[in-house]
Structures are given as C-alpha cells and as structure tokens.
Design a protein around this ligand. Sequence first.
Ligand code: HEM
Length: 228
Amino acid sequence: MNRLVRLFGTSIGRKAVVAATGALLTAFLLVHAAGNLLILKGPDALNGYADWLQGHPLLWVFRAGLLALIAVHVTTTVQLTRQNRAARPLQYRQLNRRGTGLPGRLMPWSGLAILVFVVFHLLHLTLRWVGPEPARLHDAAGRIDVHALLISGFSHPFVAGVYLVAIGLLALHLVHALQGMVQTIGFNHESYQPLVRGFTIVISLTIAAGFASIPLLVLSGMLGAGGG
Ligand code: HEM
C-alpha cells in the first residue's frame, strides 16, 4: 500500500494516472458522440435513448465516476506540470517550449476551456438555465424532448458557436493528450511515431466530427424543423 502511495507521488506514477483517466474520459467522449448521433434517426430514437439513460439505476454511480475521473485527471495534470517545472532549469524549459507544437503549447488553455465548456453544456442541457427555450420540453410520450432542445439550441448561432469552438479545442487537446498517453504506455520508439500520430489524429477527428456534425447540420438547415 505504502509503495503504491509512493508511486503516485513520482512523475511516472502521475503520468500513468493521467493516461488511465484520460483514456477513460476519451472512451466516454466516443460513446457520448455516438449516442448523440442518434439524432440522425429522428426524435424517437434520441429521446428514447436519453430517457433510458435518465432512468438507469446506475445513473448517479456513473455521474459520480465521471466527476471523480475529471477531478483526478485535472489535479494530477496540475501536480505533474508543477513537478516537471520544478525539475527543469528555465533555459531547458524555453528550449523545450520551442520544440512543442501548437496543440502542446495550448494544453493548459484547451484543458481549461473544455472545463468551462462542460459547465456551460450542463447549464444548457442538464439544468436548461442558458440557451433558447425549446418549442416544448416534453414529447408526445412524456419524455424530455432532447431532440427539440438540441434543434432550438443549435439554431442559435451563439450557442452553436460556443459548441464548435469548444469542440475544436477538444480536438487539439485530444491529439496531444493521446500522443502522450501512447508514450506513457511505452509505445515511444522513433519508428512508431508516424503510426502513433495517425492513430491519435483519427481518434480525435472522429470524436470532433461526431460532435460538430450536429450544430453544423442544424445551422445549415439540414436538421431541424424542415430537415428532419
Ligand atoms: C454537439 C455536441 C454535444 C451534444 C449534442 C451533447 C449532448 C448532451 C446531452 C443531451 C446530455 C444529457 C443532458 C441531460 O439530460 O442531463 C449531455 C451530457 C453531458 N455531456 Fe454532452 N453533448 C455534446 C458535447 C459534449 C462534449 C464535447 C463534452 C465534453 C467535453 C460533453 C460532456 C458531457 C457531460 C460531462 C455530460 C453529463 C453527463 C451526465 O449528466 O451524466 N458533451 N450531453
């Protein structure tokens, strides 16, 4: 037990925690983006899925787990960054910064922006305190009309814009984070790098495209009142 506690205090232990929580959060995003795409099958499919999730006996266990994952991921990342900074002289840090691409340099900001977005997102869809009022809150079957909520929300350019900017930053965050994650599990030989880069870009773009397609389809009029 003592050994485990000591391991979590080391840079390697913390990297492993960030990688494991990041992998689970990425899995959540993949499943979340796929679930949202049920909107393409129409109101009944999306509202039925949302209703099933809302009524699930493990909903609050899942929510508590998600919250814990986010909290551990963020606090361990902050601790790791401080630990790395303290261990490196200023000159080395500046040199290292120059060698890092845009997604890498943006990591703290994209991470913070994603956190702020999640709060906005919950205020919009879970608490429904921000965003336009939908035409109706319940569908004919008495379920929350998530379909109508999304259509009315994304018909508003400001709301759709917030989502699209956040999804863009999420994609940048994921590309860099997934590369770090693959390196942490030891897949860091020079010759694998093109493969690792390709893999991380494909996963990040798949998640971003899944999310972004909904506001884009609504804004373009292909999904919604006239479109479906
Ligand atoms: C177009 C993009 C998105 C749509 C349409 C969407 C839709 C939804 C919906 C309908 C809910 C359930 C609200 C409720 O009934 O309580 C939800 C919850 C949630 N979404 Fe999203 N989402 C999107 C993007 C994202 C992104 C990019 C993230 C994270 C970076 C995210 C994180 C979450 C979280 C953490 C919850 C709370 C889960 C829970 O209450 O159990 N979503 N989203």
